[in-house]
Design a protein. Structure first.
Ligand SMILES: [Zn+2]
Ligand SMILES: [Zn+2]
Length: 240
């Protein structure tokens, strides 16, 4: 396996019926990392991995739709699988959001924009986005392939900040054109514009608002990207 992205949840802001908030598994066949642990993603994780099959967690920011299943996973590790020292990477401050202190189950590492970390065979580089709290987009390299994930961001940040040579970009597209500027998020059109500027060959849109017509988001994104975009689907996998 080169590099595989599996969507555990992709609803923006809140989960649609049967859906889940943001969460992704990235796996190169030797290292498996759970990126964002939004509500509903722990349940879906178990469709794709043993509960003790995750090597590390990476959290993009402290908005609840990106991390609250960390609480459930803490319970799993403490009472069921009895794991300790699981690496968790995230921006400063997130550790203090949990119900109780999660050490020694989790081994927290504060990361910031511009930093690079190695997790097993994967290499991650972070970039601070245009979003309310400190939010980290990431470039993830493994198996000779490279994935870019925008996390949450307004249009003041671009996928170009993750550097050249991305094979696939997973970019937030919360809004459509009518909602642009309503909050620090991108529309599908802005995501397409960003991916085109970064010369990404393949774009997957995620974090769509459940109230919006996803097919229309795909059309607006494709229009700006200059090629058809894909829509993230819960439990779907993508070979990067
Ligand atoms: Zn979000
Ligand atoms: Zn957010």
């Amino acid at each position: 396996m080169a590099l595989r992205l599996t969507v555990l949840g992709c609803c923006g802001t809140y989960a649609a019926p049967g859906g889940a908030c943001s969460g992704y598994l990235v796996d190169d066949g030797s290292t498996r990392v759970w990126i964002d642990t939004g509500a509903g993603t722990l349940a879906n994780l178990q469709r794709h991995s043993d509960l003790d099959g995750v090597d590390a967690l990476v959290l993009s920011h402290e908005h609840p739709d990106h991390w609250t299943d960390l609480e459930g996973f803490y319970n799993v590790c403490r009472f069921v699988t009895h794991r300790t020292g699981i690496p968790v990477y995230g921006p400063d401050g997130l550790r203090r959001r949990t119900y109780e202190d999660t050490g020694p189950v989790f081994d927290w590492h504060v990361v910031a924009g511009g930093e690079r970390v190695g997790i097993g065979a994967l290499e991650l580089t972070f970039s601070r986005t245009d979003h309310g709290p400190e939010t980290l987009a990431m470039r993830i390299g493994g198996g000779g392939r490279t994935l870019g994930y925008s996390a949450d961001s307004g249009p003041g940040w671009s996928l170009e900040a993750l550097g050249p040579g991305l094979d696939l970009a997973l970019c937030e597209a919360t809004f459509q054109r009518e909602q642009e500027g309503m909050a620090q998020h991108m529309s599908a059109w802005q995501a397409g514009t960003s991916a085109r500027a970064a010369r990404v060959p393949r774009l997957v849109l995620t974090h769509l608002w459940p109230t919006l017509d996803a097919e229309r988001s795909a059309l607006e994104g494709s229009d700006a990207f200059g090629a058809p975009v894909e829509l993230a689907a819960t439990n779907a996998s993508y070979e990067v």
